[in-house]
Design a binder for this molecule. Structure first.
Ligand code: MG
Ligand code: NI
Length: 490
């Protein structure tokens, strides 16, 4: 006989989910599942629509990741028409996209991740949010965060029309070049973002590495799994958000595979389980061994830490220095510690801001040559980018008129689904004793999946809303204890 604890829905992630924890007669955890209980069917209602419209429709999946879907869709559409975009268009997309990554990482770290770490799991619930964080770190830091997230949003809007509803990418390039006055403003914001990125890394050093209990939490075993990792790398093997080949490394850090995004079906299979609408992608060549880690399990992870684990470094100096320091603290790669996703996010924020500044000062960035009009007969195309949350695939099959007949998306959060289940179970087993659950324990369990920055809006392609949290203990006697709380998720 088992008892069940249900955390439903989880707070501070995008979209709805719940956690179901099964206890034995002694009140210890025998199993735990992250369940996603929404279905939207976004792929199906994109079928039958012109592929060029999908570039503007796909960003509506999610209000947090629209830039990622805009880019993946644009790249898939380029491939459908077999068109190579002009260099200036690629640079504009990369400038837009690095600003998008910067915005997302700033949002996640300060609104979602940092309250867990800096305020700690035992802080009062009312304080464990961005307002409590501002109270802790000071109003000036809060203003700094909002200012620079605003810059990252403004840059996206200047290039793509609107940060949340980007429209500028078209098959073959971009709809408009960048004006010199806009470039000049982006350069100024970029310089400020670089300095902000450095302050964020310094904050990590002071506030996390300067506190022994937090170092133990981040480097300890409770939040640790030995899995495969996947992410895009550029031709030099460096991290790239916009383009590259997918590299996969094994739990021992050895290169397992490297492939073009168009070949993803040779490498990724999707497991469907009856308890969740969210599929469980795994490495086809390793196979599905269940919800377990290790070299014989096809479970792999994506997102910031995965990107740093697969890559040979980062192409900008400040980010590279931050990366080297992080690797040295953990004593080498791969880094298997789940809470290190937060640190990796700040290293990537540094990279994204340096890229914004570099691209804003590229002489070609204001070139009027931003589009090649496609002339080929439409066919099939795959677009792959690194969303802030991990590798994102868009796959369209068009008919001869360019109407999408088949649409497949594999989003980042789905690829982390199996690993998030592992992480939730491990923390639940480490913290729940004799069926005892309190707020601090629930917070520690939530910290396990929140490090992955999951976006269930993207994953099930549904809309985020209110984030109540429900915990249900199912006792062998049939008694059900429900704990419920409601929180805004940002
Ligand atoms: Mg899909
Ligand atoms: Ni999303």
């Amino acid at each position: 006989m088992t008892r069940r604890i249900l955390i439903d829905p989880i707070t501070r992630l995008e979209g709805h989910g719940k956690i179901d924890i099964l206890l034995d007669d002694d009140g210890n955890v025998v199993d735990a599942y992250l369940q996603v209980v929404e279905l939207r069917g976004f792929e199906r209602f994109c079928e039958g629509r012109p592929v060029e419209e999908l570039i503007r429709i796909m960003p509506k999946i999610c209000g947090v990741c629209p830039g990622a879907h805009h880019m993946a869709a644009a790249k898939a559409a380029d491939a459908v028409w077999d068109v190579t975009i002009p260099p200036a268009a690629r640079k504009l997309r990369e400038l837009f996209y690095n600003a998008h990554i910067a915005h997302s990482h700033i949002l996640h770290f300060f609104a979602l991740g940092a309250p867990d770490l800096l305020l700690g799991p035992d802080a009062p619930k009312a304080k464990r949010n961005i307002l409590g964080l501002v109270e802790l770190v000071g109003r000036d830091v809060g203003v700094d965060v909002f200012t620079h997230r605003g810059y990252a949003q403004r840059i996206q809007g200047m290039i793509a029309g609107h940060p949340i509803h980007p429209v500028a990418a078209l098959p073959g390039g971009m709809s408009k070049p960048l004006a010199e006055s806009d470039r000049d403003e982006i350069e100024q914001m970029g310089a400020s973002l670089v300095a902000f990125g450095e302050r964020c890394l310094a904050l990590w050093d002071d506030a996390i590495l300067g506190r022994r209990e937090l170092v133990e939490l981040v480097t300890g075993d409770t939040y640790r799994h030995e899995t495969y990792y996947a992410g895009l790398v550029d031709p030099d093997g460096k991290v790239n958000f916009y383009d590259g080949q997918v590299r996969v490394v094994a739990p021992d850090g050895s290169r397992f595979a490297q492939y073009e995004g168009a070949d993803y079906l040779d490498h990724i299979a999707e497991r469907v389980e009856p308890w969740s609408y969210l599929k469980l992608p795994y490495l086809k060549q390793v196979g599905w061994a269940g919800l377990v880690d290790g070299p014989d399990s096809g479970v792999y992870r994506v997102n910031s830490l995965a990107r740093l684990n697969v890559a040979d470094g980062l192409a900008t100096p400040r980010a590279q220095a931050a990366y080297e320091r992080m690797v040295s603290v953990f004593g080498g790669k791969p880094i298997h510690h789940t809470l290190a996703f937060h640190w990796a996010r700040l290293v990537e924020l540094m990279f994204a801001t340096e890229e914004v500044l570099r691209l804003a000062t590229d002489p070609e960035i204001t070139s009027p040559d931003v589009r090649v009009v496609p002339t080929a007969r439409p066919g099939e195309g795959v677009g792959v980018v690194e969303a802030a949350r991990g590798t994102l695939f868009h796959h369209y099959v068009a008919d001869s008129r360019g109407i999408a007949r088949k649409v497949n998306l594999i989003v980042a959060t789905a690829q982390n689904n199996a690993a998030m289940n592992l992480s939730v179970k491990k923390v639940a087993q480490a913290t729940i004793r004799d069926g005892h659950v309190d707020e601090g324990i629930l917070d520690r369990i939530e910290m396990a999946f929140r490090a992955y920055d999951p976006c269930l809006a993207c994953a099930t392609h549904t809309m985020p809303g209110q984030m109540p949290l429900e915990v249900r203990l199912h006792h062998p006697s049939g008694e059900v204890l429900t704990l419920r709380r409601n929180l805004d998720h940002t």
